[in-house]
Design a protein around this ligand. Structure first.
Ligand SMILES: [Zn+2]
Length: 223
């Protein structure tokens, strides 16, 4: 079968979505299409789409959904996406989801939503300790350094990013929920949303994702 298999992975910031997306894409042999990468790529290569995006960004405006969709479909029209692809970071809003559904009509699409309660996301973020000297990351609760404030890997000084401050994380999550809840409701109404418990260990989250996808495939096969 030459049908395209399209996976959409949704989840709040800090839920481990990017990591799971990379792992899932590698496991299934599908390209991992992250909208953040599309922007960087089009901007750095100075493509026509990138130049249009740049003109919005330079005047302090949001890049319109249509333009993001154009970048996206420009990317997924390449040969490596012939068998399908995994979308990470798009859609984020109801209008984006509706536009995407329209473009993907008739294709096999699985929408997976990683769910982690806000309190846990705040705990995960606020415990993060970054090293000033290397790329090592500790966590105050889950992987504390042997010596407080000192990186196990290189002895560098550990610090917490301002972005990981509980108040900042809560604000970010509030914005996320406000933007995405109508979209989540929309997918749920269509009956095409698979919720995954994102509080499990990364390996168990990955196994759950695969199990849902296999269940979806065999149900489709029997139909
Ligand atoms: Zn270090």
């Amino acid at each position: 079968m030459s049908e395209q298999r399209i996976l959409i992975l949704l989840g709040p910031p800090g839920a481990g979505k990017g990591t799971q997306a990379s792992r899932l894409a590698a496991h299934l042999g599908l390209p991992h299409v992250a909208t953040g990468d599309l922007f960087r790529e089009n901007l750095s290569q100075g493509t026509a789409l990138g130049q249009r995006a740049k003109s919005f960004m330079e005047s302090g405006k949001l890049v319109p959904d249509e333009l993001v969709l154009e970048m996206l479909f420009d990317r997924v029209s390449r040969p490596d996406c012939a068998g399908g692809y995994l979308l990470d970071g798009f859609p984020r809003t109801l209008p984006q989801a509706e536009a995407l559904t329209e473009r993907l009509a008739g294709l096999s699409v699985s929408t997976l939503s990683l769910e982690v309660p806000d309190d846990q996301l705040v705990e995960r973020a606020s415990g993060r300790l970054l090293c000033k000297s290397c790329s090592n990351i500790h966590h105050a609760t889950f992987s504390p350094p042997r010596v407080a404030g000192v990186c196990d890997a290189c002895g560098g000084e550990l610090y917490r990013r301002k972005d990981d401050d509980p108040a900042v994380v809560r604000e970010r999550l509030a914005v996320f929920h406000e933007q995405t809840q109508p979209m989540i409701d929309y997918y749920a109404r269509q009956g095409s949303l698979e919720s995954i418990d994102g509080t499990q260990s990364p390996d168990d989250v990955f196994a759950s994702l695969l199990a849902r996808l296999d269940a979806g495939t065999s149900a489709g096969g029997r139909a």
